[in-house]
Design a protein around this ligand. Structure first.
Ligand code: IMP
Length: 210
């Protein structure tokens, strides 16, 4: 195995780009799931971000013999009792005539704004949450978390990022996440914080030949 080779176990292109950018300065050789087309989908059926992140990283490490990193993340909105939460990617999913119609980013945001219709700005507080898991080929595990506080806007703005970024207002700058540059977002995001915490422990976690 090549030294410091890790597999980023995500099919979400937005996440993959963010994580690859953040890992670019580390001495890690990063592989993606496109290098392993034989790997199946992991059902994200845990009620927690941590449970889903661990499930994805365990599956990838077990089936490739590589160190694997996976995250599970989502948006938690106070006025909606924590929804969409672990269902963030599938918030707009619906069944029509017996067929499952998957949601996409635009449909997810539209549902979110509809659910919050009439809720005043002061009550639209929210946070992005990320659990990040690393699993070694010999089954050791690391788990970290990161959070990003803000609120849900009345309308989308900005064209950077992915997912709910156009409707999420960063509490620090007052800007929508989709108005931030990739560097600005990574420096304050839930995923950036969870990955930074993981990398602090990485040197100890990495055991060549394990
Ligand atoms: P999963 O972790 O692949 O289950 O999906 C996470 C979902 O949460 C994404 O598809 C987005 O809808 C949302 N999400 C997670 N992180 C972000 C982010 O940084 N910006 C915007 N949306 C996000």
């Amino acid at each position: 195995m090549q030294k410091n080779q890790v597999l980023l176990a995500t099919r979400n292109q937005g996440k993959l780009k963010e994580l690859s950018d953040m890992l670019a300065s580390c001495k890690l050789s990063v592989l993606g799931l496109q290098n392993f087309p034989e790997l199946g989908e992991v059902e994200e059926d845990s009620p927690t971000f941590a449970g889903n992140a661990l499930k994805k990283a365990r599956y990838a490490a077990e089936h490739t013999g590589l160190y694997a990193i996976a995250d599970d993340s989502g948006l938690v909105v106070d006025a909606l009792g924590g929804a969409p939460g672990v269902r963030s990617a599938r918030y707009a999913e619906r069944v029509e005539n017996g067929c499952l119609i998957p949601g996409n980013d635009a449909a997810n945001m539209a549902r979110l704004l509809k659910e919050l219709d009439g809720v005043p700005m002061a009550e639209r507080t929210a946070r992005f949450c990320c659990a990040m898991a690393a699993v070694s080929p010999d089954g050791r595990e690391l788990l970290t978390e990161g959070f990003w506080g803000g609120s849900i806007a009345l309308a989308p703005k900005g064209s950077n990022g992915f997912g709910y970024d156009p409707v999420f207002i960063d509490s620090q700058s007052g800007l929508h996440a989709a108005e931030l540059s990739p560097e600005e977002k990574n420096a304050r995001s839930h995923r950036g914080k969870a990955l930074a915490a993981l990398l602090v422990q990485w040197t100890e976690f990495w055991r060549p030949g394990s």
